[in-house]
Ligand binder design. Structure first.
Ligand SMILES: Cc1cc2nc3c(=O)[nH]c(=O)nc-3n(C[C@H](O)[C@H](O)[C@H](O)COP(=O)(O)OP(=O)(O)OC[C@H]3O[C@@H](n4cnc5c(N)ncnc54)[C@H](O)[C@@H]3O)c2cc1C
Length: 395
């Protein structure tokens, strides 16, 4: 094949990965990209600086109208999209800001997924259609002040009182907590760890917002305080016993992060590329210096390798063949590489790189949270280390 018959080189898609996408995938991508460009990008620097996500309820309803909430779930008003479409939506949302993608991940992949997978028919009917429409925001309470990576040690306790359950304890770092209408809360019981669907107006439940964050500033993060929260017998998720329940929700959410983190990286890369072409030093564009080109080339290689990996894992998910270790592989690689891309982009922008006028520092600081939540880098290394060696190094 001569060079003349080859498709042109596309800096946005240097490997031609778009060839893998179906027309419906492209439609989802452009719909979500346009929504984020209209509704998030014009305001995000201001929201980030103020440390707020104003209009979160309206934004959530709009995301519901787009079909982005519980997107890969079926029935109950959910879209029933394939894994690649869900991933593409996460990427586009996180290209705007990780906070928006976190809102969608927690709503769909944690709170809704838990109810969809482990809930009773009555729980599904009661919550899922309104959550899919964005009328009710959900949160997912697993982490506690003293138990993060090792949730098996959780202290939040649900005791039986007649047929009721009474929940007492504290959860920490809970995304959407203060704005949620429903919380999926994991607690220790006499029969092991169980999940509870808690309407947040139940007496004894409160969710003070955590302030002074230097990451995910345009995202609501809260403490959950459960002070003898009395729930009826049917508040428990009937199909989840033990840590298997929350861990399978996390696996689903981590899959979205594998794609999402690449959105932050893509946005930072695009910003650095444009800057490198126009910023002049020593009488020429800095993009003409070999050291800058080496950075851009390495960033592009890692970004698009990450996209290929995400596609591969998406296809395995659709085929029902995606193992948790493979999700760890993807999250470990793509978040770690994405944060490196954002940090390198920051250097290309020089002093401007630290300004909120450009997205790179915002993305880089956001990804510090993404590196830690849904399993830290070290936890995913240990998951892979165990799978490779057969030896458990967690404790
Ligand atoms: C912005 C934000 C939003 C969040 N949203 C939610 C949410 O919605 N719901 C929720 O339940 N949680 C949420 N989290 C909590 C998150 O999942 C936890 O922070 C994470 O699991 C890590 O727990 P930790 O912070 O307690 O760290 P720790 O578990 O205390 O870990 C501290 C360090 O020690 C390392 N470490 C721990 N054990 C080992 C070991 N065996 N070997 C080697 N290293 C080890 C860790 O990798 C880490 O580097 C959120 C966190 C943030 C920052």
């Amino acid at each position: 094949m001569s060079a003349g018959t080859l498709p042109p080189f596309d800096p946005d898609d240097p490997l031609g990965i778009d060839d893998l996408l179906e027309p419906e995938d492209l439609a989802v991508r452009s719909t979500v990209r346009k929504w984020a460009a209209d509704r998030v990008l014009p305001h995000i620097a201001d929201w980030y600086e103020r440390g707020e996500l104003p209009g979160i309820r309206e934004l959530t309803r709009e995301l519901g109208s787009l079909g982005a909430l519980g997107m890969s779930l079926s029935g109950y008003g959910c879209t029933g999209a394939g894994a690649v479409q869900y991933g593409l939506a996460c990427l586009e949302l996180e290209a705007a800001d990780s906070g928006i993608r976190s809102l969608v991940s927690v709503q769909g992949s944690l709170a809704m997924y838990a109810i969809h997978r482990f809930g009773s028919e009555e729980q599904k009917q009661r919550w899922l259609p309104r959550m899919a429409a964005g009328e009710v925001i959900g949160c997912f309470g697993l982490t506690e002040p003293d138990h993060g990576s090792d949730p098996a040690g959780m202290r939040t306790y649900a005791k039986r009182d007649g047929t009721d359950w009474v929940l007492t304890g504290r959860k920490m770092w809970i995304t959407n907590g203060s704005v949620a209408g429903v919380a999926v809360v994991w607690a220790r019981t006499d029969e092991g760890i169980r999940g509870f669907v808690v309407p947040t107006d139940t007496p004894g439940f409160s969710a003070p917002e955590i302030k002074h964050k230097w990451s995910l500033r345009a995202s609501v993060t809260s403490e959950l305080i459960l002070d003898e929260v009395r729930l009826p017998a049917d508040a428990v998720l009937p199909e989840a016993t033990g840590l298997r329940g929350p861990l399978s929700c996390l696996s689903h959410a981590r899959y979205g992060i594998i794609w999402g983190a690449l959105g932050a990286a893509r946005s930072s890369f695009a910003s650095a590329l444009e800057y490198a072409r126009s910023r002049e030093q020593f009488g020429r564009p800095i993009g003409g210096f070999q050291l800058t080109q080496a950075k851009l080339a390495d960033m592009a290689v890692e970004l698009h390798k990450g996209v290929l990996l995400a596609h591969h894992l998406g296809r395995r998910m659709d085929a029902g063949r995606l193992r948790p270790e493979q999700v760890s592989f993807g999250k470990l690689n793509n978040v770690r590489e994405a944060i490196e891309i954002c940090r390198t982009a920051r250097t290309i922008l020089g002093a401007n790189g630290i300004s909120l006028e450009y997205p790179v520092m915002r993305h880089a600081t956001n990804l510090e949270s993404v590196l830690t939540y849904e399993g830290t880098v070290e936890m995913h290394q240990l998951v892979l280390g165990k799978a490779l060696t057969g030896l458990d190094a967690f404790r």
